[in-house]
Write a protein that binds this ligand. Sequence first.
Ligand code: MSP
Length: 541
Amino acid sequence: MPADTIAAMTHTRYISTPIYYVNDRPHIGHVYTTTVCDVFARMQRFLGRDVFFLTGTDEHAAKVADAAAERGLTPQQWADQNAAEFQQVFDLVGITSDDFIRTSEDRHKDRVTTYVSALLKTGDVYLGEYEGWYDPGEEEYVPEGRAAANNFKSEISRRDLIRKKEKNYFFKLSAFRERLIAHFEANPTFVQPDARRNEIVNRIRDAEDVPISRTGAGGWGIQVPGDDEQTIYVWIDALFNYLTTVDTEDRRKYWPCNIHVIAKDILWFHAAIWPAVLIALRNCEGYDWVELPKQIYAHSFYISEGQKMSKTLGNFIDLEAIQSHIDTYTLDALRYYLAAHGPLGATDANFTIAHLHEIYSSDLVNSVGNCASRVTAMINKYFNGEVPSESPGDSRITFDGYDWPALTQQAVIDASNAIERLDLATALECALNVIRKVDVFINDTEPFKLAKDESPEARQKLGAILYQCAEVVRIASLLLWPACPGKMESLWQALSLDIDPNAGDLCGESAWGRLQPGSNASKVALFPRIEAPAEPATTAL
Ligand code: MSP
């Protein structure tokens, strides 16, 4: 293997999604975060990085045991059924994760036990007593302020809260305040987007120790080592998944995780508790390799048709709705819509059928699809489907204002940089920009007029124009592939190209001139025009 390839291979990228509660049915929110990570992972592999992309399910919630009991199943059977559903959805949307962790697996449980034992030894986890207002229906303590505001009644069932005192294991979060704040100061991009940082730092300033165990879990969950009455709280158990999965001889190289992608709902656990637990673990013997993750990226939420998703409103984007969007627009279109127009930034995004349709039509039908079909159709019409040459003599025929090798090179550089920042919209826009420029180029150079002139000069010029159009489309397709793999692979087939993104050579593949003159180019119709949805969007769901 050449030295530069080896150098590229040692560049690891570890990206994770949250692990999803098995009690929920998969919906667009889960698919969104996972697709974002998938686009990142695919592009990083194409760039030659050694990627580890992790997703999975969070299974030890008390609700899982309750829901299983209602159905006459064991918690494990219920978790198995639902975890399989998440795996199926992720297969459906083309997720290329490298592992799927389930917290009920032994590999996870064993390591969590080891970590908690180590933390008990150093005293960062200790046995204490907790007293507070408890909501028996929800199985959770309600903070004093919220309990008082609700007249000491459950927000959910409206039944009386009870004053409860119990022995619990605590994590000494308060001991890590200064170290956490120092870490935030030294690493300004630790939490992204920027807007999310301050709320966390302010909350850390007066963070108290947190209970990390509970009693009465009926055997569902991971026991606190040495205490068979106490079960490790589901959140601590879940956060450890990011480490348990890679805490093996061959995977430790991936740690620290480059980017934990989550939504804003679970930022506190990821940006305060998780790093503090890791700092504590790092102080334990044998764990000096446990550095902090490089970044926690907390995106915003999807709302649907202008409102919070809800079953009763009929705007819940569940598996059936996802399937119907795929049937209408294709999987690649849905992935593109999520990646380029989702709530990655600090504001929520509105998923509407009308918007999906509009983006499909403007970006995919009118830009990418139209350009690819126009160019391949002209190659067929004027050159019998054989890719012409742009250099009939010794040198390339060039056109003022269109330095395509430089323009495409810049697009690849900009897209790669944007991906590194998880700015998927910009990365995809780099591809669309050069494609839109091809349309302008065609209008400027008017190949259809030139085709009427049969002189050798005119034929050569026509050949050069069409070669350049096709070569730009080819290079743009490499950048679109992480979001639209199926459609881009069909385009490569039509252009007789043999490209394997997993070989990690985006750099070589995107070099100008890889498209071979003389090779076959069939006509393509990548994204067919679709009639606007006739029904009002809310009822169409
Ligand atoms: N099990 C915990 C996470 C533990 S991670 C160590 C959990 N699970 S969850 O099933 O509720 O998933 C929450 C995540 O799903 C969010 O952080 C986000 O990634 C995704 N989404 C759920 N609803 C969403 C939207 N409406 N919009 C976008 N993403 C959202 O919390």
